[in-house]
Write a protein that binds this ligand. Structure first.
Ligand SMILES: Cc1cc2nc3c(=O)[nH]c(=O)nc-3n(C[C@H](O)[C@H](O)[C@H](O)COP(=O)(O)OP(=O)(O)OC[C@H]3O[C@@H](n4cnc5c(N)ncnc54)[C@H](O)[C@@H]3O)c2cc1C
Length: 310
């Protein structure tokens, strides 16, 4: 797009004031959204998303309920369960559908997360929160609001094992099955997807000239990785617009978030050799070959540490 872009935005707390921004480069950082897999009773009052529960805890809002079950898949469940327990809520169970042996397969990638995981395990023990691995909520009960849930064990194929159902009384269910990348804007602009995420090269460029993408939109990896990718994308965009080549960074490794079962969002795209926008003589980066001064950038991810703590 040689003429650049016109971004239409809404400003202000009520998002009522229209604004137009003209730009030669656009960085999409549209994030991700929480996935919840439906089950009978999931719309009852008292059933909230794990992210919603954590947002209430972090925002100092009213803590939902007095007896809670935290269920689903993924690392967000840990701070939600420990956060609820620390706020005085009795956590009847942390119900994780992932098979812990699947996490072991990602041992190297998860090694740096061990202290964080151990910290959560200690807090769960301290608050006497029962941990039900490879279990799932099969039904939420109640007439006009939640009174309990039925949980059941899963077999190796992720199917409910008959005869393992048990009832847990509770007035709150915090449930979430991980995050999915938000790709709507990228798709409207014609960016290629890789699985469920926006495909980018090592400079965070999409295959649409002038469009970069960073963060959860390019694959779920956490706040630290999103920051690092945003930095890389910003450096790249600045350099390309100035007609210089950005410093080459080693791609930040995308931590394994979860190997949940039921079905998980696809793994983020592997970093591939550069397949970025083609350079026509009319595009701003046509001068890249003529200038050599790289744009210096720090490498934020060397000190960044992802945490899901409340
Ligand atoms: C409840 C919750 C708790 C979390 N806690 C942690 C934690 O403790 N530690 C951690 O590492 N990570 C945590 N994460 C993940 C963390 O939020 C992300 O890794 C990080 O914020 C990703 O940054 P991002 O820039 O990719 O997206 P985001 O920070 O999500 O920002 C995306 C923005 O784009 C906007 N947007 C989306 N689509 C459009 C559109 N079409 N037009 C205009 N705007 C749009 C959204 O409204 C949002 O403001 C949490 C996530 C959730 C949901």
């Amino acid at each position: 797009m040689s003429g650049g872009f016109t971004v239409h935005a809404l400003l202000g707390p009520e998002q009522e004031e229209p604004a137009e921004v003209h730009a030669r480069a656009v960085l999409l950082a549209t994030g991700g959204y929480e996935q919840v897999l439906p089950f009978p009773g999931w719309t009852l009052p008292g059933v909230v998303t794990a992210g919603g529960a954590q947002a209430m805890l972090k925002g100092g809002l009213v803590v939902p309920g007095r007896r809670a079950v935290v269920a689903g898949a993924g690392p967000l469940l840990l701070p939600v369960a420990t956060g609820l327990a620390a706020a005085g809520v009795e956590v009847a169970a942390l119900v994780e559908s992932t098979d812990p042996r699947r996490l072991a397969r990602h041992g190297r990638a998860l090694a740096g997360k061990l202290p964080e995981g151990a910290g959560y395990a200690a807090r769960l023990l301290r608050h006497r929160v029962p941990f039900l691995a490879r279990h799932t909520v099969v039904r939420a009960h109640g007439d006009d609001r939640l009174t309990g849930v039925t949980v059941a064990a899963l077999d190796t194929a992720g199917r409910v094992r008959p005869g393992t159902e048990r009832h847990l009384p509770c007035d709150t269910l915090a449930v979430g099955h991980g995050m999915l990348p938000h790709t709507d804007l990228a798709e409207v602009l014609g960016c290629r997807l890789d699985g469920l995420a926006v495909a980018v090269d090592t400079e965070q460029r999409t295959d649409v000239p002038g469009v970069w993408a960073a963060g959860e939109a390019t694959g779920i990896g956490g706040a630290a990785l999103a920051l690092a990718e945003g930095h890389i994308a910003g450096c790249s965009a600045a350099a390309r617009l100035r007609g210089t080549a950005p410093i080459r960074f080693p791609p930040p490794s995308r931590p394994v978030r979860s190997t949940g079962d039921p079905p998980r969002p696809s793994r983020p795209p592997a970093r591939r050799p550069r397949t970025g926008p083609s350079r026509s003589p009319t595009t701003p980066w046509s001068a890249a070959a003529r200038r050599s001064a790289p744009v210096p950038c720090a490498r934020p991810w060397t000190s960044a540490r992802a945490t899901y703590g409340p």
